[in-house]
Design a protein around this ligand. Structure first.
Ligand code: FMN
Length: 404
């Protein structure tokens, strides 16, 4: 049985709940499923299940759909998997913390994932990778909190205005800094990543001013900063700047309870700064990941692949994205099947996987620690007593770059 952790830091108030001010961000494909989200919530924080392609954690559903190219069959298996994962996470949390579901606006089944999350009684739906203008109506009639992921004041202002016309406010806002975060990034191009408009101090200050200008000061909409956070000192600093909580991705992905294969965690913890790259994803957004053998090879061929891009049927018949650079022949976007590569990573295939990771260092270096250790470090600055570093059991990334 887990016990809720304590801290002197201000708590995150969300939907009438008082939570630890730490959020575990949603991580697809399958990297944050019920085990990670449920564990995080059980300690009194907010855990997030990523909704994308969760059937991969369910052998019975993979048996039905693993070789199928039937979109309807795959989509319904994924909705069933999402329902199972939400229920399992809620059970693990034992009523503590909060269980959220992350849905990417860019996926074709965005609306059905949102509806399923509400029906399965997730506490919150968190939407990134695009502007979720229709989230208020999609969740209408449910108690589910709605939380957009945005990167600058302009985007926040836009969502506030559009949602207020529908008589709805966000229950919180995640402010993700594309300069440091992992996965898909909220900047139009890789060149724009360092734009000072994304700096936490500017976005926090600008948003608080926006709340004043819009008469929303008293609404106390919590602001959750994400991207590059790895220490207690950073948590104190960000909360001092006006954040109500912080969200981490990479650091949670590599915890003992992270839902991906152990090799996935090894790739993330062993990556050196020069191994972490940004590139254009098929979803039309820049993305950040570890330069593993597949990514290095793809990046070498990217220009050529972009030159010959042309419309074609989805290579796996799943049509996971609403707009896909490969399927739709969009030459300035990525030219690979993202679902296939992310699934390889989840399964621990170092050579063929796409491993998203943030640019900054990890709280425990290359050690794999528990969720509890991570929360204690972030909340209270408590370091685990033994700084044990586990001996890698897989070949290092640089070794793996050389064909066997
Ligand atoms: C492996 C991995 C997969 C991710 N997948 C998603 C995703 O599907 N949707 C999303 O909104 N964010 C995704 N993220 C971003 C995280 O939720 C989080 O906001 C981000 O990683 C914060 O930056 P950090 O990794 O420096 O802590 C992913 C991050 C990682 C590490």
């Amino acid at each position: 049985m887990t016990t809720v952790l304590q801290t002197v830091l201000d708590r995150l108030k969300l939907k009438g709940k008082s939570l630890l001010p730490i959020v575990q961000g949603g991580m697809g494909v399958g990297v944050s499923a019920h085990r990670l989200a449920g564990t995080v919530a059980s300690y009194g924080a907010m855990g997030t299940i990523s909704s994308v392609d969760l059937r991969r954690h369910h052998p019975d559903l993979m048996l039905q759909t693993g070789r199928s190219r039937n979109k309807e069959l795959i989509d319904s298996a994924n909705l069933l998997a999402l329902d199972r994962e939400i229920k399992a996470a809620k059970k693990m949390s034992a009523g503590n913390g909060l269980i959220a579901v992350n849905v990417m606006r860019a996926v074709s089944e965005y609306a059905s994932y949102v509806r399923q999350a509400c029906e399965s009684e997730a506490d919150a739906v968190v939407v990134g990778a695009g502007l979720p203008l229709d989230l208020p109506e999609l969740t209408e009639g449910h108690k589910t909190a709605i939380i957009p992921i945005l990167s600058d004041v302009r985007g926040i202002g836009l969502i506030l205005k559009k949602w207020m016309r529908k008589n709805r406010l966000p229950d919180a806002i995640v402010i993700e800094n594309p300069r440091f975060a992992a996965g898909h990034l909220g900047a139009p191009t890789a060149e724009a990543l360092n734009n000072p408009n994304f700096a936490f101090n500017n976005v926090l200050e600008g948003t608080l001013q926006l709340f004043k200008d819009m008469g929303l000061e008293k609404e106390n909409i919590p602001l959750i900063t994400a991207g590059g956070i790895h220490s207690h000192e950073q948590v104190l600093k960000l909360m001092g700047m006006g954040a109500n909580a912080v969200q981490l991705g990479s650091a949670f992905a590599v915890t003992e309870e992270g839902d991906a294969h152990p090799n996935f965690k090894k790739v993330l913890v062993e990556a050196k700064p020069e191994d972490i790259v940004t590139f254009m994803s098929v979803a039309g957004l820049p993305a950040r990941a570890v330069r593993t053998p597949w990514l290095a090879n793809y990046l070498e061929k990217e220009e050529k692949l972009q030159r010959i891009a042309k419309k074609r049927p989805c290579t796996v018949g799943f049509d996971c994205l609403a707009s896909c650079g490969l399927r739709d022949g969009i030459s300035k976007h990525g030219q690979f099947c993202i679902d296939t590569q992310l699934a390889f990573a989840l399964a621990g295939d170092i050579k063929r996987g796409l491993f998203f990771r943030g640019s900054e260092k990890l709280p425990f270096g290359n050690a794999i620690r528990s969720v509890r250790d991570l929360l204690e470090l972030l909340l209270n600055g408590i370091k685990p007593s033994i700084e044990a570093v586990r001996t890698p059991t897989v070949r290092s990334i640089t070794e793996a770059l050389v064909p066997a």
